[in-house]
Write a protein that binds this ligand. Structure first.
Ligand code: LFR
Length: 470
């Protein structure tokens, strides 16, 4: 038996609707619609243009149905942590972007009630100033009756049903690391209203059919299935390997570097190294660290394009690969790089502060960024192995970054271990596979799904080069 499902995958800079065709021995995907995701800054801060995203999702589903009338199901994933507050089914204000600065005040408010150590012991999350718990601490929660994370919000608009999908709920900071249930005690200590948190569901649950008005727009009714609705959870489903000695780097706007575990690792060393225990599909644990990712590059390009110039990125990457002068390797994780704004100026500022050579051209900036990312990736892989007690001999890079040859090669060089790159669309593939399994198109554990991925999308190998030529 084989059939088609559609993945709605919303990233921080763009969204897509992909058709996936899955059978016992079959897996392929095809893009149906792509659209920009452009945040909007208004007087009170930086927001997502969530209505525009929803409009594009519905239009994309219409196109998917026209291309594949037998579509069995749809599933939504997006970036994590961000949310809408609701009352009586209405959205109260436009969701904030996690890069909005307001969360700093939330960090202080939360830590005044529950210190960082205790918080980590409860939720197992690395400290990111934008974790939902910190954002919520700045919000008017008394006005709301429900809090919906972004994919849960879209599922609600599509079906009228509310639920909190567990992998994404694990990024809120309000889920117990061990129990994977809402942590009532923590929530009470933070003085947050427990009632706004919807019931939890696992990936692979049918949420419902489309509301009649939505079905009319799309062209027919469709069943909505939860997937690993945190995009990184879906990407990890599609790592094309089931070997125990594998680490992964899911690289897009962020570089998520880690290993998959059966149980969380809550240790002081892991907390100090800022390693997170996020929830994976099938109850797995994504033990990983957030590296700043291709954001450093895209935000630099955005600065250069402010002068109305259009940057030829492939050309610039080729120039960067040809740079022979030594460039600065800076700490890609430095919090100064988090907010939107002039990235080259911040990198130059870092170099001056730490007495490193300031890049003298755009090609040198790009080389410096890629070297620094590869360095941060390599350090995070080593830390993931040490902290989890796992032996790592192979590293998979998936997502947009897997297309960046320089990044893959430099990561292999710095690690002294082989890197396997691809698939580029890991998130959409993971989304498709979890739906397909829920529909009975495939069966089995994540390992059998990954075998299917490895067969359909064979990754590109990069061998570490000897030090002298690296
Ligand atoms: C990647 C990602 C990361 C999360 C960050 C913010 O797209 O989902 O996993 O830490 O975005 O939500």
């Amino acid at each position: 038996m084989s059939g088609a499902v559609a993945a709605i995958d919303l990233g921080a800079t763009s969204g897509r609707v992909m058709l996936g065709f899955v059978g016992h021995d079959e897996l392929s995907i095809r893009p149906v619609a792509r659209f920009a995701n452009t945040p909007v800054r208004i007087a009170d801060g930086l927001h997502w243009n969530i209505l525009e995203l929803y409009r594009n999702v519905v239009a994309g589903l219409g196109a998917a149905v026209r291309e594949e009338p037998g579509l069995r199901s749809i599933g939504v994933d997006s970036w994590a942590v961000d949310y809408a507050l609701m009352r009586g089914g209405r959205m109260l204000g436009t969701p904030y972007h996690y890069r909005d600065e307001r969360s700093a005040a939330g960090v202080e408010a939360v830590h005044a009630l529950v210190g960082p150590q205790e918080l980590y012991a409860a939720n197992g999350l690395q400290h990111l100033p934008f974790n939902t718990v910190f954002q919520l601490a700045t919000d008017e929660l008394d006005l709301a009756d429900t809090m919906l994370l972004i994919p849960d919000l879209l599922n609600f608009w599509l079906t009228g049903n509310t639920a909190a999908e567990r992998t994404n709920a694990s990024t809120t900071g309000l889920l117990g690391a061990e129990t994977r249930e809402w942590d009532d005690e923590l929530i009470a200590r933070l003085g947050m209203p427990r009632a706004i948190l919807p019931g939890l569901v696992d990936a692979g649950t049918t949420i419902g059919g489309l509301l009649p008005s939505v079905a009319a727009e799309v062209g027919r009714n469709l069943s909505v299935t939860t997937v690993g609705s945190h995009d990184t959870a879906s990407a990890v489903v599609a790592i094309p390997s089931s070997r125990d000695d594998t680490a992964y780097i899911s690289c897009g706007t962020w570089g998520l570097v880690g290993v998959e575990l059966e149980h969380p690792v809550i240790s002081e060393a892991g907390r100090a190294a800022n390693f997170t225990n996020e929830g994976g599909v099938d109850g797995r644990v994504r033990y990983l660290h957030n590296v700043m990712g291709l954001w450093l590059l895209s935000e630099s390009v955005r600065s250069w394009e402010r002068g109305r110039e259009v940057i030829d990125l492939p050309g610039l990457l080729a120039q960067a690969a040809a740079v022979t002068t030594p460039v600065a390797v800076f700490d890609a994780d430095d919090p100064r790089f988090l907010a939107p704004g002039d990235m080259p100026a911040r990198i130059a500022g870092y170099c001056l502060e730490y007495d490193l050579p300031v890049p003298a051209s755009r090609a040198e900036f790009v080389r410096s960024i890629i070297e620094s990312l590869a360095d941060a990736f390599a350090r995070a892989v080593v830390a993931a192995a040490e902290l989890s007690g796992r032996q790592v001999s192979i590293v998979h890079i998936v997502g947009g970054g897997s297309q960046n040859e320089l990044l893959c090669q430099l990561t292999a060089d710095r690690l002294g271990r082989p890197v396997l790159a691809g698939p580029v669309e890991a998130t959409a593939i993971g989304n498709v596979l979890v739906q397909a399994r829920a529909q009975g198109l495939v069966t089995g554990s994540l390992e059998s799904l990954r075998t299917l991925v490895a067969r359909a999308f064979s990754p590109r190998p990069y061998s570490p080069r000897p030090r002298a030529s690296a």
